[in-house]
Ligand binder design. Structure first.
Ligand code: NAP
Ligand code: NAG
Length: 325
């Protein structure tokens, strides 16, 4: 008589037999193998692309820019770190060069201090970088400033300030470096835009406008420089846990100084920096780095604008009510 136990073990043997005798197991290992190999090749391609590459990062003193500096440094890039705060740039340089030995040879970063709202300073900075390194492989336009306020209360000078930092600054820096990239027929312009470069949410007018303008400009650039084999990557992150909202400017030009809940709950800048590195390594044209909801909102704006507008209007009503209470 066959007991329950032997019946079970017989079944087990048969199942194992099936798995090993058929192609299931080899197929499974095969897939995992091909996938890992693919990932490995991708990583090797990224590191070959960035090793010894001259990479200029704006806004390297804080948040996402600082984390990007870390990952590109570790990848062996020759960094040019930019910001307004010289001390913070020096501190970051010391911190990077003091970090433990990495797999690839690293290079001591070079720092350039300038204000993106100052066109003359941008031209001088670009000339200094080209004189020092001869060329730029990757320009990462990351620096930016956010804004909080109602349009009706906002001084036009505030709109201009946000546009100068987020739009005219990166445009001027890119133009200053572009002729050298065209001459070499090599170069990569990367831009940190935002989900707000795709959709506008209430009380963020100047910021959303500057990011929409950025998206438009760099989409044009991508088309115009393809013939010179120059890459353009536009990245649009959702909320990232940085000090961006603390540094934001308000309707009267003062600093907002509040860590917004949405920002505090955002993705870690360390993670987003890794995604930036991967996107640059893969020479992606455009990447949305956000959760499902913001990504859906972009589709809604295109496919059902009426619905999107009423959702935003109700958001504005709620936000105003919570501010007044
Ligand atoms: N945090 C988010 O939720 C989020 C979401 C989507 C997109 N982004 C974008 O990500 C980028 C990085 O922002 P973050 O979140 O890392 O903010 P952050 O921590 O405030 O960093 C902003 C950086 O920009 C630099 N900067 C600001 N104004 C400048 C000026 N006039 N001239 C030169 N540099 C200037 C700052 O350097 P100095 O103070 O030294 O000048 C700082 O390094 C921005 O483009 C932002 O729009 C952020
Ligand atoms: C935010 O600012 C604080 C205080 O200056 C700093 O210690 C911290 O590193 C900053 N955070 C990020 C993500 O930049």
């Amino acid at each position: 008589m066959v007991t329950e136990a032997t019946r079970k073990s017989l079944l087990k043997v048969r199942v194992m037999d099936f798995i090993t005798s058929t192609a299931v197991l080899p197929l499974l290992f095969g897939c995992v193998g091909v996938f890992s190999l693919f990932k490995l090749l991708q990583r090797m391609r990224t590191s070959a692309y960035l090793r010894n590459a001259v990479v200029v990062i704006t806004g390297a003193t804080s948040g996402l820019g600082r984390e990007c500096a870390r990952v590109f440094y570790t990848a062996g890039a020759k960094l040019v770190l930019c910001g307004r705060n010289r001390e913070a740039l020096e501190e970051l340089t010391e911190e990077l060069t003091a970090s433990l030995a990495t797999q690839v040879q690293t290079h001591r970063p070079y720092t350039v201090t300038f204000d993106l709202a100052d066109p003359g300073a941008i031209v001088a900075a670009a000339a200094e970088i080209l004189q020092r390194f001869g060329h730029v492989d990757v320009l990462l336009n990351n620096a930016g400033i956010s804004y909080r306020g109602a349009i009706v209360d906002t001084a036009t000078d505030v709109d201009k300030k946000v546009m100068e930092t987020n739009y005219f600054g990166p445009v001027a820096l890119t133009k200053a470096l572009l002729p050298s990239m065209i001459k070499r027929r090599q170069g990569h312009v990367v831009v940190i835009s935002s989900i707000q470069g795709k959709i506008s949410i209430p009380f963020r007018s100047a910021y959303a406008a500057s990011k929409h303008a950025t998206q438009a400009f760099f989409d044009c650039l991508r088309a115009e420089v393809e013939q010179y084999e120059i890459q353009v990557t536009v990245l649009s992150p959702g909320y990232i846990h940085t000090n961006l909202s603390l540094h934001a400017v308000t309707a009267d030009g003062s600093t907002y100084g509040v860590m917004d809940k949405t920002t505090a709950q955002g993705r870690s800048p360390v993670e987003v920096a890794r995604d930036v590195l991967a996107a640059v390594g893969k020479k992606k044209k455009e990447v949305i780095l956000a959760d499902l909801l913001p990504s859906l909102a972009i589709y809604l704006r295109t496919l059902a604008p009426g619905l999107f507008f009423s959702l935003m209007a109700s958001r504005a009503r709620k936000e105003r009510k919570s501010k007044n209470s």
